[in-house]
Design a binder for this molecule. Structure first.
Ligand code: ADP
Ligand code: ZN
Length: 656
């Protein structure tokens, strides 16, 4: 074995307190330590950071980390310092003196890692500074930001190709959680890394349960989901518009779930404060537009909920991937309905951009719709999208595996919808949206039906065998399958080239049955019913009942440490580490050191404190009574509200 192997492993044990490398980590690290370039594709939570942090620690000089996440640099650096790593950052949040201190540390060779925002590297002063110090490795984090077609494009990333030209002897490692082949190619090309070795990890996140439910009353559905499965948990709720972000955050707060909004319309101070609360507090919910989340490395995000359809599978996977980095059971939950399809199709048509851009956006949307409408394993579909072979037997941890949906032959229903569209167009030269078409099928004499004499059409009332909700499901699926199109500003329905075959009875239209009401949710976590509100369910999953008080005691102790030091609780120890501690119940510092996530520095800083907490509880079997439960509950926010507090404001556009 080369010397570096044992050195990297020793660093993993000593600094990070982990037993073994995960997946591709070892191969990546070995390659970069030896001076090679690497392009690393790993899902969120896969362990990308170690891939550059360990080479930076093992190779002489400072590792330069290019990251667009200025607001998170302080936390990243704090987390590293808590491990005893000499880390610093330079960005626009610092004043002149603070920056000078970091620059001096870098020049004196006193930094293992230095974080920089990409725009810094445009400045000659920064490039000049870097040439005067010694650099061990360049890490380009969130490397998909170089992709002009992607959802996070940052023009400054295009400049990063200069690093290879100026420092040909310093290895570069580009990392991203975006996995499609196209993005992969683009990163390699634009960062000018033709010699790089490529490491593509499995993109599966088995601890995340994927569920997509029909949208009926999204806010209430969300509330029920949170109350039943994620009471007291930290999570992110994504909405498309600022307005719905605000309303949803208010609604949750009003119903006893502590939630804060986050979107680009809030001033920078409020955004930073909300983000910081999310990272620091246990159990806070952030309701956000996609402006939130990149680089958030909070390990115990227990759920990610979508109230609107994401624009692409890439975006969806990145957003949901923010759940469960610690490997504990987590949920990706989405409510999706007809209106989502109509809105998104309309947006693409009326949006900016040239024809190629529109085509691409439409292709992204189609993949997203296929995921929503599939009767197959969701995880299988996701993995296949990223070019990975799914398990043909299904994953056992998504809604379609847990409760296989029924399908039915929707050919006749499809013909009825398409005929109505055809008749309006041919006989009346009119185009209407889904609402009017469905009213006609159901034979409803609404004001608009009478106004346009639509009760005179031969198709009037031919669809009474289905409910309005079911018809919306049919229209939604026809749109998703490309058998119907949305046109113009009003989202009117029109035929597509493929519709004709259905009308001529040349093809069948299998459809997914709409559940009568949203399927009862099932959680992957096996938490005990007695864990109650205010205590994270997943965090205590698999812990025997008698150890819960000790776990809670350690969490309270951790919260106190975090408050004193002004850092997020997970910077002290992750939930997973606390669980392992109570399960082992160490009685000596040496024994505590064998727990995953307890490295040398943390052992020295917190060892006595942790042992003290355990000692005060007497022992694993003596902890049943008393305990700090009350104290902890006080941290978790207001108590549950009654059901009658529900916001009953109707949202007509949000049906199904
Ligand atoms: P990414 O940047 O890929 O999203 P991180 O680097 O933040 O992922 O790692 C995700 C989580 O996994 C972190 O909590 C990290 O401490 C943990 N982790 C990473 N590598 C290992 C390992 N070899 N053993 C145990 N835990 C690990
Ligand atoms: Zn599945």
């Amino acid at each position: 074995m080369p010397v570096t192997d044992s050195e990297t492993l020793a660093t993993l044990h000593r600094v990070f307190g982990y037993e073994a490398f995960r997946g591709e980590q070892e191969a990546v690290i070995e390659h970069v330590v030896a001076g090679g370039d690497a392009v690393v594709l790993m899902p969120t939570g896969g362990g990308k950071s170690l891939c550059y942090q360990i080479p930076a620690l093992v190779r002489p000089g400072t590792g330069i980390v290019v990251s667009p996440l200025i607001a998170l640099m302080q936390d990243q650096v704090d987390a590293l310092r808590a491990l005893g790593v000499r880390a610093g950052f330079i960005n626009s949040t610092q004043d002149f003196d603070e920056r000078r201190v970091v620059e001096a540390e870098f020049l004196a060779g006193e930094l293992d890692l230095l974080y920089l925002a990409p725009e810094r590297l445009r400045l000659d002063t920064t490039l000049g500074l870097l040439s005067r110090g010694k650099i061990s490795v360049f890490a380009i984090d969130e490397a998909h930001c170089v992709s002009q077609w992607g959802h996070d494009f940052r023009p400054d990333y295009l400049m990063l190709s200069v690093l290879g030209e100026r420092w040909p002897d310093v290895p570069r490692i580009a990392l991203t959680a975006t996995a499609t082949h196209a993005t992969h190619q683009e990163i390699t090309q634009r960062l000018n890394m033709p010699q790089a070795r490529h490491f593509v990890a499995s993109f599966d996140r088995p601890n995340i349960q994927y569920r997509i439910v029909p949208k009926v009353d999204p806010k209430k559905q969300l509330l029920a989901f949170l109350r039943q499965e994620h009471a007291g948990d930290a999570g992110i709720v994504y909405c498309l518009s600022r307005n719905s972000v605000e309303r949803t955050a208010e609604f949750l707060s009003h119903n006893g779930i502590e939630a804060v909004p986050y979107h680009a319309g809030l001033d920078a101070g409020t955004r930073a404060a909300h983000q910081s609360r999310f990272l620091r507090e246990d159990g806070l919910v952030v309701v956000a537009t996609i402006a939130f989340g990149m680089g958030i490395d909070k390990p115990d995000v227990r759920f990610v909920a979508h109230l609107d359809l994401p624009k692409s599978v890439e975006g969806y996977y990145q957003e949901t991937g923010r759940a469960g980095r610690d490997g504990l059971p987590s949920t990706a939950w989405m409510a999706y309905g007809l209106n989502d399809v109509v809105q998104q199709r309309k947006l693409i048509q009326s949006g900016e951009g040239d024809e190629a851009f529109r085509r691409r956006a439409a292709a992204h949307l189609d993949s997203m719709l296929a995921l929503c409408e599939t009767a197959q394993c969701r995880r299988g579909q996701l993995l296949a999208y990223f070019g990975q072979e799914p398990d043909p037997a299904g994953c056992g941890n998504c809604d379609t595996c847990l409760t296989p949906p029924e399908t039915w032959d929707g050919t006749i229903a499809a013909q009825k919808v398409l005929s109505t569209v055809v008749r309006l167009q041919r006989e009346r030269r009119q185009k209407f949206g889904a609402g009017q078409i469905i009213d006609i099928l159901l034979g409803k004499r609404t004001g608009r039906v009478i106004q346009f004499d639509h009760d005179q059409l031969s198709v009037f009332g031919i669809g009474e065998e289905l409910t309005e909700g079911e018809w919306r499901g049919v229209v939604r699926q026809l749109l998703a399958q490309g058998l119907l199109a949305v046109e113009g500003e009003y989202g009117t329905l029109a035929l597509t080239d493929a519709s004709a075959a259905v009308l001529r009875r040349e093809r069948e239209v299998p459809l997914r049955k709409e559940p009568k009401r949203p399927a009862a949710s099932r959680s992957g976590s096996s938490s005990s019913a007695s864990s109650g509100r205010g205590r994270s369910k997943a965090a205590v999953a698999e812990l025997p009942e008698e150890l819960l008080p000790a776990f809670e005691a350690l969490r309270s102790w951790r919260a106190e440490q975090a408050r004193e030091q002004g850092v997020p609780a997970y910077v002290i120890f992750h939930d997973a580490t606390l669980r392992e501690i109570v399960a082992l119940w160490p009685t000596s510092v040496a024994q505590l050191g064998t727990v995953g996530g307890v490295g040398e520095k943390k052992l020295a800083t917190y060892g006595e404190g942790v042992l003290g907490v355990l000692e005060s509880l007497g022992g694993p079997s003596a902890t049943g009574a008393g305990g700090p439960g009350e104290q902890d509950a006080a941290e978790e926010g207001p108590g549950p509200a009654t059901d009658t507090d529900w916001d009953t404001e109707p949202e007509p556009d949000d049906w199904i």
